[in-house]
Design a protein around this ligand. Sequence first.
Ligand code: SF4
Ligand code: SF4
Length: 287
Amino acid sequence: ETPIERKPEWIKTRAKMGPEYTALQSLVKSEGLHTVCQSAGCPNIFECWEDKEATFLIGGDQCTRRCDFCQIDTGKPQPLDRDEPRRVAESVQKMGLKYATITGVARDDLPDGGAWLYAETVRAIHEMNPGTGVENLIPDFNGKPDLLTEVFESRPEVLAHNVETVPRIFKRIRPAFRYDRSLDVITQARDFGLVTKSNLILGMGETREEVSQALRDLHEAGCELITITQYLRPSPRHHPVERWVKPEEFVELKDEADEIGFAGALSGPLVRSSYRAGRLYQQAMDA
Ligand code: SF4
Ligand code: SF4
């Protein structure tokens, strides 16, 4: 283990188990439910679950794309599971969630890129859980307006699409995506009338000035909510950690995002794009 691989002190978390977390944890276990919060070993689970917020992965566990920071396997996906939206909606109901983030793999193997699946999952959750907010964190559907519109029409409370990194290193980090196309996905969602959100992962080789520029690009593209996070290397096969961003720099970036004009920003070493997502959405609505 090289020194850069060693996590700094501020990356470590302490478990603070509240009553809602404990209740959800035993329910999820007894009902055999699957959340990203648990499968990814997310350090924020005590906080998010205490607020009755969780994240689900749809489309299977094999992605047709390969991003250099992502722990999801690349391979041939299973056939489309048309019952998945109902099961996810039922999990949301059983867990009594206030806010659910839905994310998934890219399904370039399907003629619609998985647009129906993403849209139907939002519809199913809303139908079964009238008071629950849904954040749909989508792949880019190659920027195709007809597929994106199909997804937008399901009217998630927040439509998220993550650029994750800056233009100079984008191709290396996300070979199957394009920076400008991702910005355009956000613009299309904004023009449709949805609340939009994106994420930047720091520590993959970007410079400070490039982060500022990306924030300005995103805001200009119509992005309203932003999360800024630290990269953690899932395995030695993945992109190395180039730097550990200090907590103070995350605070500066949050201030910068506010100044640029984002309606809500969360920035920190342990922030994830779905971290306290319902709160961030609510904060933006109240503003
Ligand atoms: Fe991971 Fe999404 Fe990239 Fe697939 S498209 S490798 S799920 S980040
Ligand atoms: Fe779950 Fe996202 Fe919160 Fe982690 S940050 S616990 S994945 S909702």
